[in-house]
Write a protein that binds this ligand. Structure first.
Ligand SMILES: [Zn+2]
Length: 315
């Protein structure tokens, strides 16, 4: 635990110095109080912190995983508590549901999924489990079914018991309400954190990313163009960061998070997110898997904040 705090303090100090170097390089150093190390939340850029915040019991500066921990992500940045917990509620929860359902439908998951189970026109609701390759079971959730329906189901099932019983035919319909836009934002937000960790403050300071930050804060107030696509053959553990150079109109930073490909602007890009989205997505049906080819340079995946563009201003 102590070592962990020491690591976070190092991250804080490195981040604060990179932030000052970036602001100085852009003639904006007056945005920070002078003298000490100040670190801003990279997701909202509205709160700045002193290093003492890390010692506080319920610290307002928290560890941000990118991608989310449930998908194998590691801590890659320090962000303010409201940004970190709000987005868990708004975005990552939706991505997690989508992920759980996808694995369930592919027969890869033993995690239960809430489903409707129908036999002979009688429907009950419960948690559906797949065990191994052949076993399945459904646990009725008492609150979700009334007594009469449960009795009808027992009656229906009884018709399929015994030596001369017909084959059991049933349907199972997963009942998960998933907000696909918010699930997509979860991946965009993770890619934003990765790009921040890799390239630093100068990267996220570009005006096009203001729109993204506003969307993270309040998705109902600003819509984002499509900036995330899924690739069917994606290895879930794949983590890559690319600078795509060709074709020219598709130049961008691409962050690969398992099956998800997120498009971000190049450093100091002057195009809007709308233009970037259009160049890649165009008329593509976003519900379908994307296949494309492009050339670029791959960068090492960060295992901690690197601020590589800011370092250019520091030396
Ligand atoms: Zn924040």
């Amino acid at each position: 635990m102590v070592r962990r705090l020491e690591t976070r303090k190092t991250w804080f100090t490195d981040g604060a110095r990179a932030l000052r170097a970036d602001l100085r390089a852009r003639g904006r150093e007056d945005q920070l109080p002078s003298g000490e190390d100040w670190y801003a939340c990279p997701l909202c850029l509205t709160t700045i912190f002193r290093i003492e915040v890390l010692e506080e019991p319920d610290s307002m500066l928290t560890e941000e995983h990118a991608p989310p921990a449930w998908s194998g992500g590691t801590v890659l940045a320090l962000t303010c508590k409201p940004c970190n917990s709000e987005s868990g509620r708004l975005f990552d929860g939706e991505a997690h549901k989508q992920h759980t359902l996808g694995r369930f439908l592919a027969g890869e998951s033993s995690e239960p999924v809430r489903a409707a189970f129908t036999v002979d026109g009688v429907t009950t609701y419960g948690d559906w489990h797949v065990t191994g390759t052949t076993g399945m079971c459904m646990f009725g959730v008492p609150k979700a079914n009334n007594r009469a329906t449960a009795d009808l189901m027992t009656e229906a099932m009884d018709r399929y018991v015994g030596p001369d019983a017909p084959d059991l035919r049933f349907t199972i319909t997963p009942r998960m309400r998933i907000n696909a836009d918010r699930a997509r934002t979860s991946w965009i937000r993770a890619a934003y954190i990765v790009a921040f960790a890799r390239f630093g403050w100068r990267y996220i300071a570009q005006p096009a990313l203001d729109l993204m930050r506003r969307h993270f804060k309040d998705p109902a107030s600003v819509t984002l163009p499509i900036l995330s696509m899924t690739h069917p053959d994606g290895d879930p553990t794949r983590r890559e960061i690319w600078i795509i150079r060709e074709p020219t109109e598709r130049r961008c930073v691409m962050v690969v998070l398992g099956q998800h490909r997120v498009l971000l602007p190049l450093p100091d890009d002057n195009r809007s997110l709308e233009d970037l989205s259009h160049a890649w997505v165009g008329d593509h049906d976003i519900t379908q898997p994307a296949r494309f080819s492009a050339n670029g340079v791959q960068f090492a995946w960060p295992d901690k904040p690197m601020y590589s563009l800011d370092r250019l201003s520091m030396n």
